[in-house]
Design a protein around this ligand. Structure first.
Ligand code: PHE
Length: 355
């Protein structure tokens, strides 16, 4: 019997045994590995006499195919046997009670941030983010805040070290600095996020949220600022008319500076935004101070612009009718269930932008 035939018979017999996948791999290697039996036969081809060679080659190829097919079949057999064994062992008890299903709610602050971001994105603002832990330079110095400014006081700011170099940012304005240092003008960004001040009562929490706005370009003026805020407030509160008042104010990083109030009245115990003779402060703003632009190496002869900082929590309280700011951060599920938003309910003024 030729060697080839012997190999075939021997391995056909072997493959009849009860084998596992490891053993199959060993057999594969014995036959077709670098020095495998079949591989060695192929190497012999050159030394076979010419008149024999054709027959030898065709016999070898046939046996090779047969062995390979057999191996594939055997592997399939083993795999389906394993699956069947598993199916027999594992049972699904469909009489068991189902697991409770809790549907999460979106926190009103997250909802407000999503709505604010989508409204501003509609008029060309992109969203930037910065860290909650800031350095003194980005939070104060670069923003033209003098050393003796009361905001720098320990009573107001949470410092993280004795040298007063690291702190929890007191506003989102340092994101202006980070953005302007990172890229070249023009800038048209908003920066929503957490801010921290040492303050706590019904309308103040030590951690709260702001959204910063910054628009720097050639020929940007106060008119653009007013137009932008007017648009935003109407969109956010979903009203056609808004009473808005710019009150002269002071921020070290803007000149001129203003605080903005919106008109409201109480009707049947509810706040109605946009009408009435009462005023509510919702944001600070102004034209970016030239010193700030110089600190980030922007040519003040070419570029100027406005900035604003809006209190997000207060906007959310007004829009969704929530009257205690502290409840926002109590992590009470009952509260969240009541005031939270269904993740699948798309708000009317939502434009598909996600943070
Ligand atoms: N950073 C200011 C604050 O926290 C708000 C503000 C931002 C004012 C930008 C002017 C320009 O009160």
């Amino acid at each position: 019997m030729s060697d080839i035939k012997k190999i075939k018979d021997e391995f056909f017999l072997k493959l009849k045994e009860d084998l596992n996948l490891n053993q199959i791999n060993e057999i594969k290697n014995d036959l077709f590995g670098k020095n495998g039996l079949v591989s060695s036969q192929f190497k012999k081809l050159g030394s076979v006499a010419e008149e024999e060679r054709k027959k030898f080659a065709s016999e070898l190829n046939t046996v090779k195919d047969e062995l390979q097919n057999k191996l594939v079949k055997k592997i399939q057999e083993i795999e389906s046997k394993e699956i069947n064994q598993k199916l027999e062992k594992e049972k699904l008890d469909i009489t068991l009670p189902e697991r409770p299903f809790f549907k999460g709610k979106i926190h009103p602050v997250s909802q407000a941030i999503d709505e604010i971001s989508s409204i501003f994105s509609e008029i060309g603002f992109s969203v930037e983010e910065g860290p909650d832990i800031e350095n003194e330079y980005n939070n104060f110095t670069a923003l033209n805040t003098p050393d003796n400014h009361p905001a720098r006081d320990m009573h107001d700011t949470f410092y993280l070290d004795n040298k007063k170099e690291l702190l929890l940012r007191t506003h989102t304005s340092p994101v202006q600095i980070r953005t302007m240092l990172k890229e070249k003008p023009p800038f048209k960004i908003i920066a929503p996020g957490r801010t921290y001040r040492s303050d706590s009562d019904q309308t103040h929490a030590p951690m709260f949220h702001q959204v910063e706005g910054l628009h720097i370009d050639k020929n940007i003026n106060m008119g653009h600022l007013k137009g932008c805020l007017d648009y935003f407030i109407k969109e956010f509160f979903e009203i056609d008319k808004i009473k808005m008042r710019f009150r002269p104010s002071h921020f070290p990083f803007t000149e001129p500076s203003a605080e903005v109030d919106i008109g409201y009245e109480i009707k049947d115990g509810k706040i109605v935004i946009g009408e009435g003779d009462k005023w509510l402060e919702i944001l600070g703003c102004g034209m970016v101070h030239p010193n700030v632009l110089k600190n980030v190496k922007i040519d003040t002869k070419k570029y100027q612009g406005y900035a604003f900082g809006i209190g997000i929590d207060r906007l959310a309280m007004l829009k969704y009718g929530i009257n205690d700011l502290r409840a926002f951060f109590d992590c009470d599920y009952r509260w969240l269930n009541h005031f939270g938003f269904d993740p699948l309910d798309v708000p009317t003024n939502y434009r598909g932008l996600s943070r």
